[in-house]
Design a protein around this ligand. Structure first.
Ligand SMILES: C[S@@+](CC[C@H](N)C(=O)[O-])C[C@H]1O[C@@H](n2cnc3c(N)ncnc32)[C@H](O)[C@@H]1O
Length: 274
């Protein structure tokens, strides 16, 4: 049985441990994430060390360090030089280099030229975008064909990623609208034409079964584009049926028309929120 003060003590222990760990040091993960994960375990009846162990396992899946990271200071210099060169090919080359450092963006690289025209052919070119659990996806901006006035809001819980994205947005002459935020604990309330929620909904279910539906409902957007991997990382096993079943269960009973696109290894569900 947990006492009311337990959560504060455990949270302090967890925070100290995370700040000291080689794996998470420097990421400045939001306190709301640690608190939310801990609360979830305590509500299930776990106590003390068992609760902390369960949170560690969840955190590994959420932060997913195994998916990779660029060298952020080196990336900043490379981007500055590319933008200074003044030609779009140099900027694209630098962005590709950065995106190749993370598995989710790496596997999208061969499809970048055709990916966004297909999305915008369904939604129209957006005047505002929420890139949810963005990872390194905003480095795809040079392929997106978005007007300079389009507001590009990006959200992630990984501070070095968000800082790097804001630096890039500024180099492009855009507003630095990327923020460190746990979008599950605190869903963005901003109004936007399009929200992108790429390659994360299946992990959200692992973090908290059933959480996607209230999360989708909370978003104040006209279009919600949710993508899921169409095959596993080895490329050998199709996940299409499993992903369709997941989306069907999330959207069951909601009156939201869905169009599906398969682009490379990405199955994109284009949901018109009505
Ligand atoms: C698999 S990557 C996907 C990146 C990107 N959407 C893409 O498709 O290229 C998942 C990203 O989501 C972030 N993330 C996971 N849970 C999150 C949450 N609750 N709030 C904000 N960001 C989250 C992780 O830090 C990571 O950068």
């Amino acid at each position: 049985m947990n006492e009311p003060g337990d959560i504060e003590l455990l949270l302090a222990r967890l925070t100290t441990e995370i700040q000291a760990s080689r794996k998470y040091r420097g990421l400045a993960l939001p306190a709301e994430t640690l608190r939310g994960l801990l609360q979830q375990e305590l509500v299930k009846g776990r106590t003390g060390s068992a609760a902390l162990q369960a949170v560690r396992e969840k955190l590994h899946n959420i932060v997913a360090p195994y998916l990779g990271d660029p060298d952020y200071p080196a990336a900043a210099i490379m981007l500055e030089q590319a933008v200074c060169n003044g030609d779009s090919d140099s900027v694209k080359a630098a962005c590709q280099n950065i995106m190749a450092a993370h598995a989710s963006t790496k596997e999208r690289i061969p499809w970048l030229d055709t990916f966004y025209p297909q999305l915008w052919s369904i939604t129209g070119t957006p005047g505002s975008v929420l890139d949810l659990a963005c990872g390194l996806h905003p480095f795809g901006l040079p392929w997106m064909g978005l007007p300079q006035e389009t507001q590009y809001h990006a959200f992630d819980l990984h501070t070095p990623r968000i800082e790097s994205i804001n630096h890039f947005l500024q180099l492009l002459g855009r507003e630095p609208l990327a923020v460190v935020q746990d979008i599950l604990v605190n869903p963005p309330k901003l109004q936007a034409d399009v929200a992108l929620f790429f390659k994360e909904a299946h992990r959200f279910e692992q973090r908290q079964r059933g959480c996607n539906r209230p999360f989708f409902e909370a978003l104040n957007v006209r279009w919600l584009l949710v993508s899921l991997p169409a095959a596993d990382l080895s490329g050998h096993h199709s996940l299409v049926d499993r992903q369709r079943n997941l989306m069907d269960s999330i959207l069951a009973g909601l009156d939201w028309p869905v169009q599906e696109l398969l682009i490379g290894n990405e199955l994109v569900f284009c949901i018109r929120k009505t």
